[in-house]
Design a protein around this ligand. Structure first.
Ligand SMILES: N[C@@H](CCC(=O)N[C@@H](CS)C(=O)NCC(=O)O)C(=O)O
Length: 214
């Protein structure tokens, strides 16, 4: 049975998984979940994903949720197929885990709060506007983190080491949304040349170009 991903192609968390599926050349079916109608809070959905969030994966009855965990599951299940997204050599694996933790610790909160304030808030609460103080503080926090990224990326080409990995994949969807908020310069400005080079490389992957068209 083909893997079933419950989510939406426009959801950043589902996009992480979709990029992974494309990189691994794995067949899948995307089953839409109507967030506007609250389908993700229905008893049937909560049975599979108790936190009421998209996405979750159904692999012939085996359920896994949390986008990063789903990506790791797909990589481990399809090891040897498509792009290798988690290195196996012990030191390379450690640097990969370091990169994955960097994304979760120093990037995800700022980019997700910014996307909420500048994009999603208005969609879910029509008439509301971004909180200027939150936008300012999260932008400053992200800029400070990216200064540290610049140091990391001056020593290695990818955030998870010497090759493209899931640590890079995890950054892509929210990174792209920064450009839709007029904040793309944080990633592609000349003030951080190694971040710029890294962002250009990871965002031009054909997997992401295909996911953007879904
Ligand atoms: N840590 C979770 C986050 C999931 C998440 O926040 N999903 C969002 C879409 S990107 C969602 O379901 N939002 C609807 C809601 O919170 O009601 C993951 O990575 O899967």
């Amino acid at each position: 049975m083909v893997l079933k991903l419950y989510g939406l192609a426009m959801s950043t968390c589902a996009q992480r998984v979709l990029i992974t599926l494309k990189e691994k050349n794995v067949e899948y079916e995307l089953v839409p979940v109507d967030l506007m109608k609250g389908a993700h809070k229905s008893p049937e959905f909560l049975e599979k994903q108790p936190f009421g969030k998209i996405p979750y994966l159904d692999d012939d009855g085996f359920i896994v949720y949390e986008s990063r965990a789903i990506c790791r599951y797909i990589e481990n299940k399809y090891k040897g197929q498509g792009t290798e997204l988690i290195p196996t050599e012990v030191k390379e694996a450690a640097i990969f885990e370091q990169g994955a933790s960097i994304e979760l610790s120093y990037y995800n909160e700022a980019v997700s709060v910014l996307a909420y304030e500048n994009i999603f808030k208005g969609m879910f609460q029509p008439g509301s506007s971004p909180d200027a103080a939150t936008v300012k503080s999260q932008t400053e926090k992200l800029a400070a983190s990216l200064d540290a990224y610049e140091k990391v990326l001056s020593k290695q080409p990818y955030i998870g080491g010497n090759s493209f990995t899931l640590a890079d994949v995890f950054h892509i969807p929210y990174g792209e949304l920064l450009f839709k908020q007029g904040l793309g310069d944080l990633l592609s400005g000349d003030q951080r040349p190694h971040v710029k080079e890294w962002w250009n490389k990871i965002s031009s992957r054909s997997s992401w170009q295909e996911v953007k068209k879904l």
